[in-house]
Design a protein around this ligand. Sequence first.
Ligand code: HBI
Ligand code: FE
Length: 280
Amino acid sequence: MMDGTVAHREPSTRADFTIDQGWDSYTSGEHAIWRTLFERQEKILVGRACDEFMAGLDGLGVVADGIPDFRRLNDVLGAATGWQIVAVPGLVPDGTFFEHLANRRFPSTCFIRRRDQLDYLEEPDMFHDIYGHVPLLMNPVFADYMEAYGKGGVKAMELGALHNLARLYWYTVEFGLIDTPAGTRIYGSGILSSKGESIFSLEDDAPNRIGFDLLRVMQTKYRIDDYQESYFVIDSFEQLFEATRPDFTAYYRELSERPNLEPGTILSGDRVAHRGTGRR
Ligand code: HBI
Ligand code: FE
């Protein structure tokens, strides 16, 4: 901080911004909000969420009856893929975020939204982080992708290319769709933890659905205040992991010569699964 003040930290926050979840202090009202959110998504995601997500949720033992204890989840998650959940007060600085991911630590908030925020809140809460993100960390290929993303983030910051990499995260980890023999399914956490967008992303005519292409995704801007205007569809987690395995330095150079695209753009070279009717 230029004026000499130290960044505000909660007394219990450590240098890496981690805090204790404080599971014993949740109220019955907070557990009830978790139950409401869980039971709602449980109904909506049947036939909409990818199998790997459902298997991860089940394997983790995340259930409707109340807010899970991160210590219990970490016993299972650690044994499955070596990932651990660390509790943080909210959004943490990019560098801290990537450092955690690069070391197989997922930073999760530990507050739950209020009842009047059930359908939308601007920043991630524990339902988004734990229900939306953590089940897929039980999948070895996706777990590797998330670690690679963390390592890539540290590098992207050094190269001044964070905005490109943030788009990759946004259109895959947060809002990604995946093709399966049974049809297109959801794997993006921002969709999985949202009642409205779980339906909109797959079934509404408004948004584009475009085949995943790494550079195309990294040149495309995104919306943070509304449903997405375009969703990108991967063929498999292996495809995603393979596409992002190489060193990104050359990609960032190529992107610096390409225009940034508006979220609703369709290019002639796109593999268009659905051409959207436009803003909803
Ligand atoms: N912090 N707790 C938390 N959760 C996030 O998803 C998160 C963050 N800090 C930075 C961040 N995401 C993004 O800006 C990076 O992916 C670029
Ligand atoms: Fe998220």
